[in-house]
Design a protein around this ligand. Structure first.
Ligand code: NAP
Ligand code: 3JN
Length: 342
């Protein structure tokens, strides 16, 4: 069967990431003969937009995957834990957006601009990294190749869309209520998010870091394939709707000037350098929203260490941070002939 006769399942198709995945498949003219949206029984029978029409959502069940070639999952970790192995057993290649399989040594964790060759050892499931990790590693990889990164210190400024549709509504409602003299109601987040910053994303772990922070630490090392890189992270939720921003401090083994870094990054796939502070040009969340590239600017020397740089990295967390990266993984699988087409 030819590649353009691939049958693609989208699990979690009614969610924020799933809907974007359908949009990305359409925009990139993904070579599928059929795309089928799946969600829980709650949404079965509803429709989602695709290619100018509507697709009817099916309930995700244990026997859903027969005849499919690729399954794109964004339905949460527990759904992936249960259904991804079933999909792989039915002969699908699974690209999973959750954290369920990311640190499994049998599962490649892939950003196509960084470690596409890791796809070659997949056993049916491929993990899509956390959004904050993805946008950081597309910038880190070419700089690591040039001057060897020793240490990364990152602080994130993460948009509410990372939590899903209900968090977008919570920020909208809180802004509206506070602006009309009413109290903010917090249900999704532990505190008011409007006009505030929350230094907590996901739950706290035994070491006092959050799970989101440890995802960045562990996933970065796995994707970069270099356990000698030290990473420390502080992840913060900010009242922004779309795009995560990151302040990143890098320490290198070898000297790398800001000019050299800009030159390297301007050639790097998926990276767009926006760095002219005198003209007030730098990456901003509102400009990155809806874009595919990862934007980097404010590249400057860290004057407190021998070989250090500071920079500011911004990307659309729902596109490059989730849906786009997952579809790029599927495209790379096809390119490398790693889909067992039925
Ligand atoms: P969301 O808007 O809440 O959507 C959740 C989706 O999962 C919905 O389609 C929902 O279907 C479906 N679902 C839930 N339980 C299910 C079940 N038992 N069986 C089948 N489908 C089920 O969440 P989101 O923001 O799109 O995020 C979805 C997941 O993607 C997250 O849980 C996370 O694992 C992952 N994610 C990854 C990143 C990243 O950093 N790469 C970023 C954001 C999200 P119903 O309509 O039927 O409820
Ligand atoms: O909060 C963000 O900005 C990103 C959120 C990602 C997320 C949300 C719910 C569950 C994840 C993830 O991808 O790490 C998960 C998960 O653990 O699967």
């Amino acid at each position: 069967m030819a590649k353009d006769q691939l049958k693609v399942a989208v699990a979690g198709a009614t969610g924020a990431v799933g809907r974007e995945m359908l949009k990305v498949l359409e925009q990139r003219d993904f070579p599928a003969a059929e795309v089928v949206p799946f969600a829980s029984s709650r949404s079965a029978g509803t429709t989602v937009p695709f290619k100018g029409g509507e697709l009817t959502v099916r309930e995700l069940r244990e026997d859903s995957f027969a005849g499919f070639d690729i399954a794109l999952f964004s339905a949460g970790g527990s759904t992936s834990e249960k259904f991804a192995p079933l999909a792989a057993k039915a002969g699908c290649v699974v690209v999973d957006n959750s954290s369920a399989w990311r640190m499994d040594p049998e599962v490649p964790l892939v950003v196509p601009e960084v470690n596409p060759d890791d796809l070659e050892w997949h056993k049916g499931i491929i993990a899509n990294p956390n959004c904050s990790t993805i946008q950081m590693v597309v910038v880190l990889k070419p700089l690591h190749d040039a001057a060897r990164i020793k240490r990364v210190v990152v602080s994130t400024y993460q948009a509410v869309s990372g939590t899903g549709q209900k968090a977008i509504v919570e920020l909208e409602n809180q802004v509206r209520r506070l602006m009309s003299g009413q109290e903010a109601v917090a249900e999704v987040y532990p505190h008011q998010i409007a006009f505030n910053c929350l230094p907590q994303i996901d739950v706290f772990l035994e070491n006092d870091y959050t799970k989101e922070e440890m995802k960045m630490v562990n996933e970065t090392v796995k994707i970069m394939g270099d356990a000698s890189i030290k990473v420390t992270a502080t992840t913060v939720r900010v009242p922004v709707f779309y795009s995560h921003s990151e302040s990143v401090n890098l320490e290198f083994e070898r000297p790398l000037s800001p000019q050299q870094a800009r030159a390297i990054l301007s050639q790097a796939p998926g990276v767009h350098v926006l760095d002219n502070p005198r003209e007030k040009i730098y990456p901003m969340a509102v400009d990155a929203a809806g874009e595919d590239d990862t934007f980097v600017g404010r590249i400057r020397k860290d004057e407190t260490v021998e070989n250090g740089l500071n920079m500011w990295i911004v990307a659309d967390n729902i596109r490059k941070g989730a849906a786009l990266n997952a579809v790029q993984i599927a495209e790379t699988l096809i390119l490398k002939d790693l889909v067992r087409v039925k």
